[in-house]
Design a protein around this ligand. Sequence first.
Ligand SMILES: *Cc1c(COP(=O)(O)O)cnc(C)c1O
Length: 333
Amino acid sequence: MSRKVLKKKSDAALEAVVKRYAVAVTDAVMETIDPDDPNDPIARQYMPSVEELTISPQESDDPIGDAVHSPIKGIVHRYPDRVLLMPVQVCPVHCRFCFRREKVGLDGGALSPRELKDALDYIRNTLQIWEVILTGGDPFMLSPRRIAKLMGELEKINHIKVIRFHTRVLVADPKRVTRELVAALESEKAVYVVVHCNHARELTDKVKIAVQLFVKAGIPLLSQSTLLKGVNDSTEILEALFRALTEMRIKPYQLHHLDFAHGTSHFRLSIEEGRALTSALQGNLSGIAQAQYMLDIPGGFGKIPAGVEWIKKKGDHYIVTDCKGCNTYYKGK
Ligand SMILES: *Cc1c(COP(=O)(O)O)cnc(C)c1O
C-alpha cells in the first residue's frame, strides 16, 4: 500500500473514533501541550487515537456498574452513607479513558427540573445518606446561580452533613472558577472539592490561581488521579504529581486503577504494575502526599484498596514488609 492510502485509511479510522466519542479540549489545556512531543502526556489524555477502536473482552459500557445502583435518574447509591448526584452530563474536556464515556458527550444533557426534584426527594427521603457527591459530567459546568440553588436545597436536608464536588474544571478550564462559583459553595455543611488531575504539568499558574480561591474560602481540596500508561506510569511522574498537589494544598486522595471502559486498553497497566509503582512511593514520599491506589470492582461491587499488603498473617505471628522490601516478624497480637 502506498503511504497515501495508508494515511487515508487511518484518517477514516480516526473519523470513526471521533464520531463515537466526541473530542473536546479547552484553550487552557492546549497551552500545556508540547506540539513537538509525539508522546506528550497531556495530549495523550485528550487527543483521539485509532487505538480506541480496539475493544477488549472485559470492556463494557457501564464498567463500574452504576446502572444496578441507580434507584432514580441522576442518582447512584452504592454505599449506604453516600450517593452520587449527577445534575449534568457535560464536561469541558473529554478524557479518552473516561469510565462514563458512553454517557458524557456533546449531547449529554442535564436533569430536567422535574428529574432534579425527584433526585433531591430521594436524598431527602433516604435518612441514611450522610454525604452527597456531585459529579457527572462535571458539576462546575453549572452556572454559579444554579449551584447556589442546589446548595440551598441540600442545605435544608438535616441528615446531609457533607457535600463533595468531583471536578475536572479546575485543571481543564480554570477560568470557570470565579468568585461567584466559590461563593455559591458557601455552606453551613462541610464542603469538599475533589480535583481530577493526572500529571504535574496540568497544574499551571492559572490552575494555581483557581485553587487559591477555594483555599482562601476555607474549602478543603483533595485529588483523584487515574493510573495511565504513557501519562503517569512511572514513580518519578507520580511523585512529582503528588508533591505538586500537596504544595498547592490539594491532599492526594485516590489513584484509580483504570476502569474497563470501551476502547481504553492502550492506557491499561496491570494491577501488579500499579502495585510496584505505588509501593515504591511508600517511605520516599511524605505520608500526607500519598494517594491510595484503588480498584473499582467491575459489576457494581464498589471500590477497594488495591495496593500491596505490607502485613501478612503467618500462623501465630505476622510477616511485615518494610518499604525497602525487608521482611521482619511481628510477634504481637
Ligand atoms: C467512587 C464512588 C463513591 C465515592 O467513594 P469514596 O471512596 O468515598 O471516595 C461513592 N459512590 C459511588 C457510586 C462511587 O462510584
